[in-house]
Ligand binder design. Structure first.
Ligand SMILES: [Zn+2]
Length: 342
């Protein structure tokens, strides 16, 4: 080959490689991590099942950044997180909830421990259902965390990447997903405040709703680590308290992703996250998690940083939640009432 031909070939190969990389980056990946070859490539009528890991990472790293200062309720740090979530809801053109004039449900409460008065907001966005507008499914996670350590040297920020920036990232990505896929029931996306101070935000939210309209609650907590059951698994709190978990299991058959009952019974986790605030009102409401909480070295520690999380686990879990809850979102399945006795 002449020098000129060589360089033309080189440029061509270079462009081709760039294009191939791009194709790989945007390929549709299934829950099992294998590329999806589905009918959407043949027929536009069937929509692809696709969760973008780049977007998951962006949300996670932003919410868990030092700039958010540990997102403690009542601080400037959590205000930055609130604005970020509002902005994402705005981009998706979500509606406001009930009588609220914005995505914010702002309220005052007293910190039980310090007795100080705190003003904070739940951030709530709504994707109206097509055929079952008055039947609600809530998808939630708490966006607050522990703030900053008062004394010491070095890193003093409780970034709360797994707890629970990972869950909020999932809420934002699921909002985009269902906006694209469509939904028969109305979905309420909620980022709750002051969970760490005693489920304050979700309890406040519960006071203002007609709980009989809520058919299910999907809460996400700490979905960034490989569970004790191994990869491609998650566990659900209060599994035996309703048939919600069984519906998810049925929908996940054949995907390679498995949902297990919460293996940490002694921690009473069903009552320790925001799902409990709705469950107490009779809503079959459960928390998905992947974290081996009994041995996790970062739980409520300064080391709960984004870099400790496994992006594949988060992305595949969001995919599994999307797929697993679809029959509830589209009105085909309705979980039976929940047992709440402790
Ligand atoms: Zn949490």
């Amino acid at each position: 080959m002449t020098k000129l031909v060589k360089s033309i070939v080189f440029v061509f190969v270079f462009i081709f490689n760039m294009y191939s990389c791009k194709v790989v980056q945007t390929a549709k990946v299934g829950i099992d991590g294998k590329p999806i070859v589905n009918s959407s490539t043949k027929s536009k009528a069937v929509k692809a099942f696709f969760i973008d890991s780049t977007l998951v990472k962006k949300h996670l790293y932003t919410l868990a950044s030092d700039e958010m200062e540990g997102r403690k309720a009542g601080t400037e740090g959590i205000e930055k997180a609130a604005k970020y979530i509002e902005n994402e809801f705005e981009k998706l053109d979500l509606k406001t909830f009930g009588n609220l004039q914005s995505y914010r449900q702002t309220f005052d409460f007293e910190n039980r421990r310090t007795k100080e008065n705190i003003t904070s907001s739940n951030i709530i966005g709504v994707l109206e259902g097509k055929s079952k507008k008055d039947e609600y499914v809530i998808v939630s996670a708490h966006y607050d965390h522990l703030g900053k350590k008062k004394r010491g040297e070095g890193d003093l920020i409780y970034n709360g990447a797994n707890d629970d920036a990972s869950g909020v990232a999932a809420v934002l990505v699921l909002a985009k997903y269902f906006k694209e896929m469509g939904n028969e029931r109305t979905i309420v996306f909620a980022a709750f405040t002051a969970e760490e101070m005693g489920l304050i935000g979700s309890t406040h939210f519960g006071k203002g709703i007609d709980a009989s309209k809520f058919v299910a609650g999907i809460n996400l907590e700490m979905i960034g680590k490989v569970p004790s059951f191994g990869p491609n698994t998650a566990w659900l709190t209060g599994f035996e308290r309703s048939d919600f978990g069984k519906i998810i299991q049925k929908n996940l058959e054949g995907t390679g992703y498995q949902l297990f009952p919460d293996p940490y019974k002694k921690y009473n986790l069903f009552f320790r996250s925001d799902n409990a605030s709705l469950a107490r009102l009779g809503v079959p409401s459960h928390t998905f998690s992947t974290t081996p909480i009994d041995v996790d070295p970062d739980y409520h520690k300064l080391t709960d940083e984004a870099e400790t999380l496994n992006m594949t686990v988060i992305t595949q879990t969001i995919q599994a939640v999307a797929k697993g809850t679809t029959s509830i979102i589209n009105g085909k399945d309705t979980p039976k009432s929940v047992v709440i006795k402790e």
